[in-house]
Ligand binder design. Structure first.
Ligand code: NOJ
Length: 567
């Protein structure tokens, strides 16, 4: 037995929470226009309470031209009419709190929309003006400044600079409709702190910070000859050790200066926590940063509370690789007293049942075209259920992306003319992009649009096969993915697994991830995940609490199955 993590001694909610990601345009549509909205979300919150999660995180619902599905914010203090009104947001927050759910909202501080009043003012003003000084406007290189100021590429493909009519260029790490703010400008800092206060006053419990590693750029904006891999980028293949290559380096990412910003935001949150439960509000970093020791810097005691563990998400289907990622995660995060987090899917990556059904299981293409080799749907779901079951047993906090509780696969046959992801366009159609993981959820098998909308309209078409995945087709059905998630979340809660310690167990084949987890004073559970190709023997006398697939009953654990055993 090798102990890699001690039980948690503190009890703030974000140390152990299971947080469900709602992608507002695709969760539930209240008004029938085919795009999900806040009233639709509010009406479906009981589904999340019944599922057994602790919190919801909502991707952006702010006023936006929707060039990057809302990650292009035109007004941080208003709701986009597509999604409703501020009163609808208040009602959603209140309903969630009534149901015992915390609410985390998305904050997009690296860039605004090009339709934000600040950027419009910058375009109207002269080079060198204070209006331009809120963004990263620069003169170009070469004769007449016709070349961009440096060689940076957008994460979505293409150059990271766009020229304006007077000849200057502005930086956009993402789409040209998403100009980067200049975080050395005190006005920018003051504005976003005020935005934090605006939403804290409305009662939110935390913020997920978009591109948290990108706000500060290296002084002088030097050329960069590496990749800008983050949310998109063709998977380079299968490294032999089961680990993807490191991401998040270069002069545009993970600069030391970002941390001072997070310390100041933390002070803003603490203003609201004074007198209440200590640190009841949380900041979560979306920081694609490796190694994990660099990621841990975002969650030091006076900075954020959590950071997404993308090293876990990008680990290939290999037991040794998972053991290594998990061990390194606890080592790095325990060193700063922060909870580990675990995530397998979100709105930026191919859904994990499909990733795990690829020839290189767990690899990460930026979307899948109908003409690409297709994932094995049955094998992928079997592995996805096994992966989820060991993820939900890991001490710390876990993220569940909407629809994964239904076992939804990626939509891999979307017609190209319905695609909206800017990365599809900016890679000149070389990469399918992220639309396939953003398809409206199936709620009711027999209803038009699978019950997503009262009119049956859906902003992206749903695959015909999704009727079988609809929530109503799985509720109460033994062995369904929905019931597996419900059972796992209930047991995780009753056994206090989120607050557990973790020890690797000896005596199992290398292909088995085997650990015991138990909170202080609890018995906990033994977890075995067989990532190999042949069945392995269960320990003598083992009592199975939960299994990700039917067990043969002969005392063995089949390939691609996880079990929780009585400890
Ligand atoms: C990360 C978000 O998750 C992604 O959806 C978005 O496109 C980029 N940041 C840019 O905001």
């Amino acid at each position: 037995m090798t102990i890699v993590h001690e039980p948690s001694a503190t009890s703030e909610w974000w140390r152990t929470a299971v947080i469900y990601q709602v992608y507002p345009r695709s969760f539930a549509d209240g008004d029938g226009d085919g795009v999900g909205d806040l009233p639709g979300i509010t009406a479906r919150l009981p589904h999340l309470a019944a599922l057994g999660v602790d919190a919801v995180w909502l991707s952006p619902f702010y006023r936006s031209p929707q060039r990057d599905a809302g990650y292009d914010v035109a007004d941080y203090r208003d709701i986009d009419p597509l999604f409703g009104t501020l009163a609808d947001a208040d009602a959603m927050i209140a309903r969630a709190h009534d149901l015992g759910l915390k609410v985390v909202v998305d904050l997009v501080p690296n860039h605004t929309s090009s339709e934000h009043a600040w950027f419009q003012a910058a375009l109207a003003a002269a080079p060198g003006s204070p209006e331009r000084g809120r963004y990263l406007f620069r003169d170009g290189r070469g004769h007449g400044g016709v070349e961009p100021p440096n060689n940076w590429r957008s994460v979505f493909g293409g150059p990271a600079w766009t020229r304006v009519p007077d000849g200057q260029w502005y930086l956009h790490l993402f789409d040209s409709s998403q100009p980067d703010l200049d975080w050395t400008n005190p006005e920018v800092r003051a504005e976003i702190e005020d935005v934090l206060r605006f939403w804290l006053r409305r009662g939110v419990d935390g913020f997920r910070i978009d591109v948290a590693h990108g706000l500060v750029k290296e002084a002088g904006l030097p050329d960069w000859f590496g990749t800008v891999e983050m949310v998109s980028g063709t998977d380079p293949g299968a490294p032999e050790d089961g680990q993807s290559p490191a991401f998040g380096s270069g002069p545009m990412f993970d600069q030391d200066g970002v941390h001072e910003i997070y310390r100041s935001w933390r002070a803003v949150l603490d203003e609201f926590d004074a007198g209440g439960e200590r640190r009841s509000r949380a900041l979560v970093a979306e920081a694609w940063v490796e190694p994990l020791s660099r990621l841990a810097r975002y969650v030091r005691d006076d900075e954020m509370q959590q950071a997404f563990n993308f090293s876990f998400l990008t680990t290939l289907w290999d037991a040794a690789a998972y053991r290594r990622t998990i061990t390194e995660s606890y080592a790095a995060l325990d060193a700063v007293g922060a909870p580990a987090t675990w995530v397998l899917s979100n709105h930026d990556v191919v859904r994990h049942p499909s990733r795990l059904g690829l020839a290189v299981p767990g690899s990460r293409p930026n979307g899948i075209f109908a003409t690409d080799p297709q994932p094995d749907e049955e094998l992928g779901l079997r592995r996805a259920r096994a992966a989820t079951l060991f993820m939900l047993a890991l001490p710390g906090s876990a993220y569940v992306y909407q629809g994964e509780e239904l076992g939804l696969p990626e939509h891999t046959s979307l017609p190209d003319d319905v695609r909206e992801d800017p990365s599809y366009f900016r890679t000149l159609h070389e990469e399918a992009g992220r639309d396939g993981c953003r398809v409206p959820l199936p709620w009711v098998a027999g209803a038009p649009g699978l019950g997503f909308s009262p009119t049956g309209r859906t902003w992206l078409p749903q695959p015909a096969s999704w009727a079988a995945y609809a929530a109503d087709a799985q509720a109460g059905v033994a062995g369904s993915t929905l019931e597996l998630y419900r059972a796992a979340l209930a047991l995780r809660r009753s056994l206090a697994l989120g607050a557990g310690g973790l020890a690797w167990l000896d005596g199992f084949p290398d292909d088995v991830v085997a650990f015991r987890t138990a909170a202080a004073g609890e018995t906990g559970a033994v977890v075995l995940a067989n990532l190999g190709t042949t069945p392995v023997a269960l320990p003598d006398g083992a009592t199975v609490l939960l299994a990700s697939a039917d067990l043969p009953g002969d005392g063995t654990l089949p390939a691609d199955v996880t079990v929780w055993l009585e400890a």
